[in-house]
Design a protein around this ligand. Sequence first.
Ligand code: ADP
Ligand code: MG
Length: 382
Amino acid sequence: PRTSRKPEQGMGSKTTPCSPAPLQVVVRIRPPQSHDGGLCSSWVQHVDGATARAQGTKFKYDNVFGPEASQAAVYQASVAPLIDIILTGTSACIFAYGSTGAGKTYSMIGPGGGEKATGMMPLAAAELFRRTARLQQDAVGRSEFELRVSYVEVYCNRVRDLLAPREPRGEGLALREAEDGRVYAEGMTEIRVTSVQQLLRLERSGSKARSTEQTGVHAHSSRSHALLTIAVERRWRGDDSHVGSFHSQVAYLTLCDLAGSESMERAHDGAADDAGIATNLGLFHLCRVIKARAESAAVVPYRDSVLTRLLQTSLCGTAATCMLACVSPAEADAGPSLSTLRFAAVARRMQLTPTAARVVSVLDDDPMAGDVHDHDPQLQRR
Ligand code: ADP
Ligand code: MG
């Protein structure tokens, strides 16, 4: 059934903001790997829980984790606070930044992927299911949650739907802006999920679709940005609800595994091919946006790339955002790793004022019936 939504009476486009806070920066230095060739001298050190030292310079962050850190410890510092925020109806984002091989995918998804994965995404999903089930139980009949997942990649400045039933070809999905300012990919598949296992299976099939590009698994994943979004919708009937209407609020948790940051440096020396350059442009513009926000610039160039447009809501300040800066200890990666540390220090100056999503009234006899959002008539459901 189709539902009609209208903004809550007496509510503006935004509800009360939380107090301003800077973007959270968590640095993770991965353990040496066999492919580092034993060349992992102490050029970068984990000094204490908030400090890293590289080539004689000390860098301060919200958290710094060394090679021995567990996924659970990184989760507690980076994503756990975001889950609390999501449950207040405010959107949140975590993005992993760093060179290829620095540990972004290991941290975000975890080795193996699928149901065995132990990274930030599976931990966040488990926590969301646990917490929403508990909230629903405590408020029997009064409040219900629905979780939906979408998974896209940005490759060559185009959006590909990783959950599309058939291999998507052509120009990629067009971007649209919803009434509330959120930018989304038109026609993107969004699937209702009712268990962590189901969500993890979708991640696995999406990640497979991501890596089956002819250019090869590693080359492709180091050049594409993957964005997995979990929409958390709360629906409830207020005392003031009219018969046949209920309230709805949707917060989005975006988990982003960015392309390898070293490609940006390759672009400058002219060695990158087209795909490399297009990816670099996304990252290049992301860095420009973050720098502009960190310097409180009057104009922030979100519109310059598909990646920055898709991340606009996560970077403009109304969402709670965490940067997970992944650092390789290998000598060979010292250049890009140092750039990551420097850039993470700049990003930390970005101020955010996370703001709860607008509450809308929905006219429908059956509040839990699958509905189609009016901002996206193309939205597919399976
Ligand atoms: P990226 O996604 O940044 O290119 P990966 O996450 O694929 O890098 O990590 C590169 C390699 O290092 C992989 O073999 C991965 O399993 C390993 N690795 C990364 N981080 C860790 C970690 N914290 N602990 C153990 N192994 C790790
Ligand atoms: Mg990766």
